[in-house]
Design a protein around this ligand. Structure first.
Ligand SMILES: NC(=O)c1ccc[n+]([C@@H]2O[C@H](COP(=O)([O-])OP(=O)(O)OC[C@H]3O[C@@H](n4cnc5c(N)ncnc54)[C@H](O)[C@@H]3O)[C@@H](O)[C@H]2O)c1
Length: 432
C-alpha cells in the first residue's frame, strides 16, 4: 500500500513509518519538525539522542534498502498539503501531525490557541485535500482516550446505544475532555465524522491510550534510528518520568492520590494497530472508532511497579505524592472497552517486568542527559497564565502569530507546488 505518515518525525510516527516500510509498504513522511522546536522553546530534550530525520532516513535506506520519501512542510498550509497528497496518491494517510501535550495546551492563551489551530486546521486541511484529490483514501487519525474523560459508566468504542423516552438510537459516546489539547481532538473527531457523512470519506479514529516504550524491531536495528523518550513535565508521559526518576534516585512524583486511571499500550502495539487499521479500511462514508490501548493502570499502580522493578536493579525508589497541577478526579471508576483491534488480530505486548526493566535500563544508559529540573510540574490547570519561561535562544515556536503561519522548512505559503518540490528535493538530497 502507499501510506503517508503525517508527523513521521515524532515518537509514534517514526516507529510507525519504519514498521510499515519494513512490512513492504511504500511510505512517505510529512513533517515540519515543529516538535523539535517545542523542545527548544521549553528548554527540554528527549532522553535519547535522536538524529536529524534526513540522517535517520539515509541510514534506514542503507540498512534495509527501503526508501522513505520525505515532504517537509506544515499541514496548516493547504497549498503544501494538497500538493503533497497529489504527489503521494496515498491509499491510506496516518495523521499523527498534531501538538499532543495536554500541559503545553494549558500554559496560557497563546499555547491553547496554537494547539487548537494547529490540530483542528491541520485536520480540516487534510479532509479537504482528501475530498478534492484522493477521495477513496482511508484516513487513519490519531485521537486519544482522553477525549472521553472519566465517566462513571463503562466507556464504549466510539458509540453508545441509548434509550430515551421510549426511543432508541446509537450516538457518539459523550466526550468530556480534560484539556484544550484533548478538546482539539474532540473537535477533530466531529469534523471527520461530518465529512464522512457529507462527502463519503472513509476514516478510522484511533482513540489511543498513553504509549510507553521506545524500542521496536526496526528502531533497534541501529543506534542512529533511536526513537524519542520524553520525560519532562510537558511532553513526558508518566511511566517514562517514573523510570527516569528511579534511575537518578529522586522520588517518583505521583500527582495527588494517584488513583487517576488510564489506558496504556506498548509502542510495538501502536505500530501494529495502525497497520491493522490500514489493512482493514473503513467503508466509504464510515467513521469508525477504535479504542487503542491494551491495559489499564492507575498512576499509583505504575509507581509501585517501577518501585518494585527498581528494587530488583538495586535502586532505592521512593514515592512522593505532590499536589495535582491538573483538574481531574484523583480517584474514579474507569472501565473502557478495547476489543475491536484484538478482534482484527492485535496480539498485545503487556507491561511485563522485562519491559519495565528495559525502560529503566534506557534511563540508566542515558543518565548523564537527565535534567531533574525538567520533571517538576510548572503548568497549573487552574491558572489562565503560567509563567513557564522559554529558554534563552530557543526557537519561539508559538510567538509572533506563528499559530497562523507556516513554520516548516520548504512550505512556502501560497506556493504549494514549489513547497512540495522543495521538500521533495530536500528528501532526494538526503539520500546521498
Ligand atoms: N504519545 C502518546 O502517548 C499518545 C497518546 C495518545 C494519542 N497520541 C496521538 O498520536 C499522535 C502522535 O503523538 P506523538 O507522541 O508521536 O507526538 P510527537 O509530538 O512526538 O509527534 C508529532 C509530530 O507531528 C509533527 N507536527 C505537529 N504539527 C505539525 C504540523 N502542523 N505540520 C507538520 N507536522 C506537524 C511534529 O513535528 C512531530 O514530529 C498525536 O496526534 C497524539 O495526539 C499520542
Amino acid at each position: 500500500m502507499r501510506i503517508a505518515v503525517l508527523g513521521g518525525d515524532g515518537y509514534c510516527g517514526w516507529a510507525t513509518a519504519l514498521y510499515l516500510s519494513n512490512r513492504g509498504h511504500s511510505v512517505a513522511i510529512v513533517d515540519n519538525f515543529i516538535r523539535r522546536q517545542w523542545d527548544f522553546e521549553l528548554g527540554v530534550q528527549t532522553l535519547t539522542p535522536i538524529r536529524p530525520l534526513s540522517e535517520r532516513l539515509k541510514i534506514w535506506k542503507e540498512l534495509t534498502g527501503q526508501h522513505i520519501d520525505l515532504f517537509v512542510g506544515d499541514v496548516m498550509d493547504y497549498d503544501f498539503l494538497s500538493t503533497t497528497i497529489q504527489a503521494i496518491e496515498p491509499d491510506a494517510v496516518v495523521h499523527f501531525a498534531e501538538q499532543r501535550a495536554a500541559p503545553y495546551s494549558m500554559i496560557d492563551r497563546k499555547h491553547a490557541v496554537f494547539t487548537q489551530v494547529n490540530n483542528v486546521v491541520g485536520t480540516l486541511n487534510l479532509l479537504f485535500a482528501l475530498r478534492e484529490f484522493q477521495p477513496d483514501c482511508h484516513l487513519i487519525k490519531l485521537g486519544t482516550m482522553g477525549e472521553y474523560g472519566t465517566p462513571n459508566i463503562d466507556i464504549e468504542e466510539g458509540y453508545i446505544t441509548i434509550e430515551h423516552n421510549g426511543r432508541t438510537d446509537t450516538v457518539p459516546y459523550p466526550k468530556q475532555p480534560g484539556s484544550f489539547y484533548h478538546l482539539s481532538k474532540v473537535h477533530d473527531s466531529h469534523n471527520i465524522m461530518f465529512t464522512c457523512k457529507i462527502w463519503g470519506l472513509r476514516a478510522t479514529d484511533l482513540n489511543q491510550g498513553v504509549v510507553y516504550g521506545t524500542t521496536t524491531d526496526e528502531v533497534s536495528m541501529d543506534e542512529a534510528l533511536i526513537n524519542r523518550f520524553d520525560y519532562d513535565e510537558v511532553f513526558g508521559t508518566v511511566l517514562n518520568r517514573f523510570c527516569v526518576q528511579a534511575a537518578i534516585g529522586t522520588p517518583l512524583t505521583v500527582y495527588g492520590k494517584g488513583g487517576q486511571t488510564r489506558g496504556f499500550l506498548d509502542i510495538r502495539d501502536t505500530v501494529r494497530c495502525v497497520e491493522i487499521a490500514c489493512l482493514n479500511p473503513a467503508a466509504k462514508g464510515e467513521f469508525r472508532v477504535f479504542n487503542q490501548f491494551t491495559e489499564q493502570f492507575s498512576v499509583l499502580d505504575l509507581a509501585h511497579m517501577v518501585q518494585a522493578e527498581g528494587k530488583k536493579l538495586g535502586l532505592s525508589v521512593e514515592v512522593d505524592h505532590i499536589p495535582d497541577p491538573r483538574v481531574e478526579a484523583e480517584e474514579h471508576y474507569y472501565n473502557a472497552k478495547h476489543s475491536k483491534l484484538i478482534e482484527l488480530g492485535l496480539q498485545p505486548h503487556l507491561l511485563s517486568d522485562s519491559l519495565l526493566d528495559s525502560l529503566m535500563n534506557i534511563a540508566l544508559k542515558y543518565r548523564d542527559r537527565i535534567d531533574s529540573a525538567m520533571m517538576m510540574p510548572q503548568v497549573n490547570w487552574r491558572q489562565a497564565r503560567n509563567d513557564r519561561q522559554p529558554q534563552v535562544g530557543a526557537a519561539a515556536a508559538v510567538s509572533g502569530g506563528a499559530q497562523f503561519e507556516t513554520v516548516g522548512v520548504g512550505a512556502e505559503k501560497g506556493n504549494g507546488n514549489r513547497a512540495a518540490k522543495t521538500a521533495k528535493l530536500g528528501a532526494d538530497h538526503s539520500k546521498r
